[in-house]
Design a protein around this ligand. Structure first.
Ligand code: NI
Ligand code: MN
Length: 227
């Protein structure tokens, strides 16, 4: 599985000749390494309806004729724009041509900002994405919660992306605890250093993981990790 990080919470994930993107936030992201026009994928996976996760979903979906896989209300929103969508609910999984998606719990908000009007966005999610024989856990935006232990125990997770930005999500101290429960092959910090409110030290987070016997890896926008 090849993970390409594009800043904030956006990854392209590639395996067995398939490619998808998670949480595309590129055109309005000051630290993104590419624009949405460069993304070539067969599916767009969304964790929740906040702008910093869905901003470029529509343009990428139209250009690639790609399906949007998202929590139900977010999928309905994009479906109302005439896009192809696949709605899911937390705890549910579905196998697509590119792999299997299971939505996990995430504790966060989910309102959709439609031109200044906030629409009900359902429940936010994390994503367990299995492509080939490997699984990537993208926690979405979330607080620390005890059932992350269950996610780690029930799944063999090769790589996990955990938010460390604090303020809107868990911060680095809570994320170290989450990483211990999830015990992924490698843990990647995300959702930090995009804006002033979420300044954190990714290298220090990785050092804290190492102190607990866990492998961490800081990905700069544009960097690639083969797992
Ligand atoms: Ni959010
Ligand atoms: Mn966010």
């Amino acid at each position: 599985m090849k993970l390409t990080f594009h800043g904030h919470a956006c990854f392209e994930v590639e395996a067995s000749g398939h490619r998808v993107v998670i949480d595309p936030f590129l055109s309005q992201n000051p630290v993104a390494d590419i624009g949405p026009e460069s993304v070539q994928v067969e599916a767009i996976l969304l964790t929740h309806g906040h702008g910093d996760h869905i901003a470029d979903a529509e343009v990428i979906a139209r250009k690639n004729n790609a399906v949007i896989v998202a929590p139900n209300e977010v999928a309905l929103y994009f479906g109302s724009k005439g896009l192809t969508v696949h709605p899911m609910g937390n705890g549910g999984k579905w196998t697509f041509p590119f792999g299997t998606v299971k939505l996990t719990l995430a504790f966060h908000g989910a309102g959709l900002d439609a031109d200044g009007q906030i629409l009900h966005g359902g429940n936010p999610a994390g994503i367990l994405l299995t492509m080939g024989d490997q699984t990537f856990y993208h926690a979405g935006d979330t607080a620390l919660f005890g059932d992350m232990r269950l996610i780690g125990d029930l799944n063999h997770i090769d790589a996990a992306a955990l938010p460390i930005g604090d303020n809107f999500t868990m911060g680095p101290e809570d994320a170290v605890l989450a990483a211990q429960w999830i015990h992924a092959g490698v843990t990647i910090p995300i959702h930090y250093n995009t804006f002033d409110l979420i300044r954190q030290d990714g290298g220090k987070f990785v050092e804290s993981l190492a102190a607990h016997g866990l492998k961490g890896h800081v990905m700069e926008p544009g960097s690639v990790l083969e797992i």
